[in-house]
Design a protein around this ligand. Sequence first.
Ligand SMILES: [Zn+2]
Length: 126
Amino acid sequence: MTKKRSFEYNLMEIRKNNSFTEEYEIDCMDFRDSTSPLTKLKSATVYVNFHIDGNDVILSGKFSINATTICSRCGKEIDISMIENFEEVYSGEETVDIKDVISEAITLAEPIRVLCKDLSCNKVKI
Ligand SMILES: [Zn+2]
């Protein structure tokens, strides 16, 4: 499956058609700077929906990401998944590039502190 590399949308066209919906995989390398170096994206699916509200075009999106990160306590690599919604409102624009919107949402979704499920790691040290 080809991954999406361009995130430009023609809002004129979307206004004409009243709405636009799309779902795709993104190339994780394009978003490697969206998280801290500890978290590495493995696969990511993005869903976007544009709809018209008066003079505004509303973008509602959602992503689902599989990633690896480092256990905050023992340093072991662990798998995590991040699912997050994002929204943006456009007023006068003719075209928009939503890469930054996706990137910021990924940054916000990255967990700050993750613990692995190892018994030895969950045990409270005395
Ligand atoms: Zn651990």
